[in-house]
Structures are given as structure tokens and as C-alpha cells.
Design a binder for this molecule. Structure first.
Ligand SMILES: Cc1cc2nc3c(=O)[nH]c(=O)nc-3n(C[C@H](O)[C@H](O)[C@H](O)COP(=O)(O)OP(=O)(O)OC[C@H]3O[C@@H](n4cnc5c(N)ncnc54)[C@H](O)[C@@H]3O)c2cc1C
Length: 340
């Protein structure tokens, strides 16, 4: 067996035993690449007992390596790295895909090092060239250019951004195989869980409505009106990087190049200028409404509805009008999706 015989390996990230949606997107893309290369697609699922590994087969995997052990209930990079590096060493995939989630982003560099592979982070496109090599496409220089990267080291390893690729429709008739493997748990746990912290149940990337605040907001207290509008519309609060850097909101609210990529049916940008790094995270939203006091703000170039005005006057009026209109938009069945 040469080093490329293992086809394409997708890391199936799970959180609390639930497979992250990015895994299905990676499987969709992996199937397309595998067809060109005529190789199988396998999945590495590391997690506690009882995860439905067959769901990965129904969504495109030919083979699932399920390493079930409670030690994977905690996102301990060292344990994950050790087990994945071992699996990669044994199965020798040509390509290895990992979601660019928070955990994927911290796991991948160490894993690439352990496998003596290269790594292209945060890919937005993947192609196969005429030589059968993976072309890893990602934005560079603050999203101004798209670079095409080809790695000579094996496996060709990449992290891929959430919501870049489409998952395949679930097909329960798909055939495949689930192989159970024992965990290698020979290192002392690197991470010890002291207390589980409650986090927002809604991932901003999955929200149907996002109301986002930018530096036009003068103080953290003023976020109250942004939260109220978001809640009335059945959505969540987003932020530009400035707002996160200023400590008004935590990083999981950040939308953009170095934050989350969102595609809600409605995106309301309040006091956000529309820098390319922010647009990179939200420009594919269904409808974009921008509130900005500067008529030349770049956010208006992507907005479907632009309101030139002081957000301290406009947002309260939006709240009043939304209350008068009644039902929250998201509860109305995603009716604001352009395609809907
Ligand atoms: C490598 C890199 C990665 C980055 N990643 C991200 C990222 O992920 N996300 C991100 O957002 N940024 C990111 N940035 C930063 C980005 O370049 C911008 O600096 C940032 O998006 C600007 O945030 P802002 O629009 O809130 O602030 P500003 O650019 O300062 O804009 C504030 C806007 O508010 C308007 N305004 C002011 N007062 C009012 C008012 N009372 N009513 C209405 N409007 C008002 C102003 O006219 C202005 O347009 C990144 C930068 C780099 C270099």
C-alpha cells in the first residue's frame, strides 16, 4: 500500500455526542473530490458511546472509524491528536479534511505536525487538479485575493470554513461500513473539566436572523436595544470585530473573516461600516438591512435596504414597528429567505 491508498478522511467533529453540521458539508465535498480521484471517503468519529455513526454513511461516507470512549467527551486536543495521528498512520489517506470550527482550528495544526503534513487553514474552496492533487483555496491579504495552494506532503490536510459547501441529502439506503476501534488513552488528560459553562444554545452561524452591532454603538449598555430587536425578530446578536475588541460582546458573536460566517434570512447591521473582513462573514445573507449615519459607508453596497441615520433614533423605531407588526420573523417559517 503506498501512502495515498486511504482515499479521503473527514474528521467528524461531535459536541456532547451530536455530530457538528460542518461534518456533513465536508462529506458532501469529499464525495465530489472522491469521484474525481476514484477513491473512498472515510470518516473518523471520536466521541462517547451511542453516537449514530451510520448517519455519516447516509450522508456520504463509505467507511466510518468510530472510536467510542468517554475521554472524547472533553475536547482534549492531545487525546484527539494522538488517536487521529494513529488512525492516519494506519489508514494513510491522501486527503484529510477538518472543519474550521474553534476545536478544528486548534486541533489541526498539531495533528498536521504529528503527521508531518502541511496544513492549509480556513479553506473556502477545494478542487482536484489534472495531476490528482488537492488544490486548497483560501482568501488571503484580508480577503483581497484567493490563493490556490498545493501541498506536496501527504496527507494533504485542510481545515474548511463552516457553510462553504452543501451537505448531501440524507439517504438511508446508502451502503457503507462502521468499524469500531479502541481508543488510545495512554496520556494523562491534558484538560480537566472543572465546571461546564452554559453557552448560547443558538450558534450564530445557524441563526435565521442576526442583528449586529458595530462601533456606531457608544457603550455596552446600549446593546440592550440591539438585543431587544434581535429577540423581537426571533434572532441572535452579532457584532463587528471592533465591538468584540472593545469588550462589549464575546468572540462567539463576531461576524466576519476571523469570526463566524453567517447566512441568515435577515441581517441587520447597526453602525457597522462594512469593512471587507466584516462583509466576508455576512454578504451571502438573504436580506441585508444597514443602518448607518454615513451615506458613503461601504455596508450600503451590499445592503438590500439602507437607512441613513443615527442608530439611536432608528433602532428604537424599528423596535416599535416590529412590536406593532406582531409575529417574529423567524417564527414565520424563514419567510425572509430570498429563495423562500
Ligand atoms: C486580519 C483581519 C481580520 C479581521 N476580521 C474581522 C472580522 O472577522 N469581523 C469584523 O467585523 N472585522 C474584522 N476586521 C476588522 C475590520 O477591518 C474593521 O476594522 C471592522 O469590521 C470595523 O468595525 P465597525 O464597522 O464596527 O467599525 P468602524 O469601521 O469604525 O465603523 C463604524 C460605523 O458606524 C457608523 N456610525 C457611527 N455612529 C453611528 C450612529 N450613531 N448611527 C449609525 N451609524 C453610526 C460610522 O459611520 C461607521 O460607518 C479584521 C481586520 C483584519 C486586519
Amino acid at each position: 500500500m503506498n501512502q495515498q491508498d486511504g482515499g479521503i478522511l473527514v474528521f467528524a467533529e461531535q459536541q456532547n455526542g451530536k455530530i457538528h453540521k460542518i461534518t456533513y458539508e465536508l462529506l458532501g465535498k469529499a464525495r465530489e473530490l472522491a469521484k474525481k480521484l476514484a477513491v473512498p471517503v472515510s470518516c473518523a468519529l471520536l466521541g462517547p458511546d451511542g453516537i449514530s455513526a451510520w448517519e455519516l454513511v447516509y450522508s456520504g461516507a463509505d467507511l466510518v472509524y468510530y472510536i467510542a470512549d468517554d475521554c472524547f467527551s472533553v475536547p482534549d486536543e492531545i487525546l484527539y491528536r494522538q488517536n487521529l495521528a494513529d488512525l492516519i498512520g494506519r489508514t494513510r489517506p491522501q486527503i484529510c479534511l477538518i472543519g474550521a470550527t474553534s476545536f478544528g482550528r486548534s486541533l489541526a495544526p498539531g495533528l498536521a505536525g504529528a503527521c508531518k503534513a502541511g496544513l492549509t487553514a480556513d479553506c473556502t474552496g477545494l478542487e482536484i487538479d489534472e495531476d490528482g492533487a488537492l488544490i486548497q483555496i483560501r482568501p488571503a491579504f484580508s480577503e483581497n485575493i484567493l490563493v490556490h495552494i498545493k501541498s506536496s506532503a501527504m496527507p494533504q490536510m485542510a481545515t474548511v470554513r463552516y457553510r462553504e459547501f452543501d451537505a448531501l441529502p440524507r439517504d438511508a439506503a446508502r451502503r457503507g461500513k462502521v468499524v469500531n476501534l479502541a481508543a488510545k488513552n495512554s496520556v494523562d488528560p491534558f484538560i480537566k473539566t472543572i465546571k461546564r459553562v452554559r453557552t448560547n444554545s443558538t450558534d450564530i452561524s445557524d441563526a435565521k436572523v442576526v442583528v449586529a452591532a458595530g462601533r456606531g454603538l457608544k457603550s455596552a449598555q446600549d446593546l440592550g436595544m440591539i438585543r431587544e430587536l434581535a429577540s423581537l425578530l426571533g434572532g441572535v446578536v452579532g457584532a463587528s470585530r471592533q465591538i468584540v475588541d472593545d469588550g462589549f460582546l464575546s468572540k462567539e458573536h463576531q461576524v466576519g473573516y476571523s469570526g463566524a460566517r453567517v447566512k441568515p434570512g435577515l441581517y441587520v447591521a447597526c453602525g457597522i461600516s462594512g469593512a471587507p473582513q466584516h462583509l466576508a462573514g455576512m454578504k451571502d445573507s438573504g436580506y441585508i438591512v444597514a443602518v448607518n449615519s454615513d451615506p458613503s459607508a461601504p455596508i450600503f453596497s451590499v445592503a438590500d435596504f439602507g437607512i441613513v441615520g443615527d442608530l439611536y433614533r432608528v433602532v428604537p423605531q424599528m423596535i416599535t414597528k416590529t412590536k406593532a407588526a406582531g409575529a417574529p420573523a423567524a417564527a414565520a417559517g424563514g419567510a425572509m429567505d430570498r429563495t423562500g
